[in-house]
Design a binder for this molecule. Structure first.
Ligand SMILES: NC(=O)c1ccc[n+]([C@@H]2O[C@H](COP(=O)([O-])OP(=O)(O)OC[C@H]3O[C@@H](n4cnc5c(N)ncnc54)[C@H](OP(=O)(O)O)[C@@H]3O)[C@@H](O)[C@H]2O)c1
Ligand SMILES: [Zn+2]
Length: 344
């Protein structure tokens, strides 16, 4: 079967359609006929090559997918061909200490579909049966594919890792990304005052519609830390969500409230930062890392999606044949939500 991916790691010029063998479900696994797949910034990193993550090539990209159960492997109960599903891209072994404590995203052997295994930008994907969930009636195929990775990440990052409580102030750095557009919604749902800080006003209207109470911009003349401090009404933020990294994180930290939490889930623009630790100990603040979510958190956020309280923002939807153009959209400064592929 044909999928969008690469043979050699590298830049966007390495992205191509590849031929891979149709996967067959093993014990406990299910094969899903993909109807829609969605990209994440992770796919860009996987294409480039992630140190310490050797993968089989040719490789098909895509962590997010939704589709129809096609066949089930030995020992699978409860799933039958024809059922509409979305998949949780987090893969855990189910046997280590973390898994036994129901902290699946802390699994010693944690992996992600499309990063460590063949992905969803193709016709069929095989995943463990426990990774499947019925597609909520509130979500069409593109929305069902666009939701799982970003919303589970946003949910754990704010509710668990950030311990965000109603009435607190949340700052989100960056406006148009898949995770930022999910985090704004989750922050609002949890009852926070949500402020988005971005490099331009272009995406303000959309982000306010998603729930942002305020929208501020920063540049060389208006440094992020000062802009945030003013926007927090000179209190500092209880939680700052920063997935940008090097250019912003040191300044985000300077805008943390006493007892506040800076949550990092990624470093899109660079991983190495210098932070003034005096801010951390004097304000008794912390920088906390978060990745994906455990199985219970996935169920919780899925319930909010099913009830219509959360909804992915979709930047664009294209058929798989236009996958190259779709992927390039991830690099666009205009990106506003999730990039989705449909598989007819
Ligand atoms: N640990 C996890 O579980 C996990 C899960 C999901 C994502 N991630 C990571 O989180 C990051 C975001 O992922 P994504 O899929 O949401 O990415 P994305 O859709 O490509 O969005 C990138 C975001 O970064 C912002 N941005 C980039 N450079 C910036 C800069 N110099 N200054 C300010 N904002 C900047 C953009 O803001 P504008 O729109 O305002 O330009 C946009 O909101 C990636 O590094 C990804 O690998 C980690
Ligand atoms: Zn485990």
């Amino acid at each position: 079967m044909r999928g969008l991916g690469f043979v050699e790691h590298g830049g966007l010029d390495r992205l191509q359609f590849v031929d891979v063998v149709e996967p067959v479900p093993g014990p406990g696994e299910v094969r899903v006929r993909i109807r829609a797949a969605a990209f994440n910034h992770l796919d860009r990193f996987t294409l480039g090559g992630i140190p310490g993550v050797p993968i089989e090539r040719p490789h098909v990209l895509g962590s997010d997918g939704a589709g129809v159960v096609d066949s089930v492997g030995p020992g699978v109960d409860g799933w039958a061909p024809g059922q509409g599903v979305l998949l949780n891209p987090g893969l855990w072994d189910g046997t280590c200490d973390a898994c036994r404590a129901h902290e699946e995203s802390l699994c010693r052997n944690y992996r992600i579909v499309g990063e460590h295994t063949q992905g969803t930008a193709t016709d069929f994907v095989v995943v463990p049966a426990r990774n499947l969930h019925p597609r909520p009636a509130t979500l069409g195929w593109p929305e069902a594919a666009a939701s799982p990775l970003v919303f589970q990440t946003a949910w754990r990052a704010l509710r668990t890792t950030g311990a965000l409580r109603a009435g607190e102030q949340l700052a989100v750095i960056g406006a148009g990304g898949g995770t930022s557009t999910a985090v704004v919604q989750v922050g609002k749902l949890l009852g926070a005052r949500v402020v988005v800080a971005a490099r331009s006003r272009a995406k303000e209207e959309t982000l306010r519609r998603l729930g942002a109470d305020d929208f501020v911009t920063f540049d060389a003349d208006h440094p992020l830390d000062r802009v945030l401090w003013q926007a927090s009404q000179k209190q500092g933020f209880d939680v700052l969500f920063d997935s940008v990294g090097a250019p912003t994180l040191p300044k985000s930290v300077r805008a943390v409230a006493r007892g506040g939490r800076v949550v990092v889930i990624g470093a899109t623009a660079g991983p190495l930062v210098e932070v003034d630790v005096r801010t951390l100990f004097w304000r008794q603040a912390s920088i906390r890392g978060s990745t994906m979510a455990n199985a219970a958190e996935f169920q919780e956020v899925l319930a909010h999606l099913a009830a219509g309280r959360l909804r992915p923002l979709i930047d664009s939807t294209r058929p798989l044949e236009q996958g190259l153009e779709a992927f390039h959209r991830l690099e666009s400064p205009d990106l506003l939500g999730k990039v989705v592929l449909t598989v007819p």
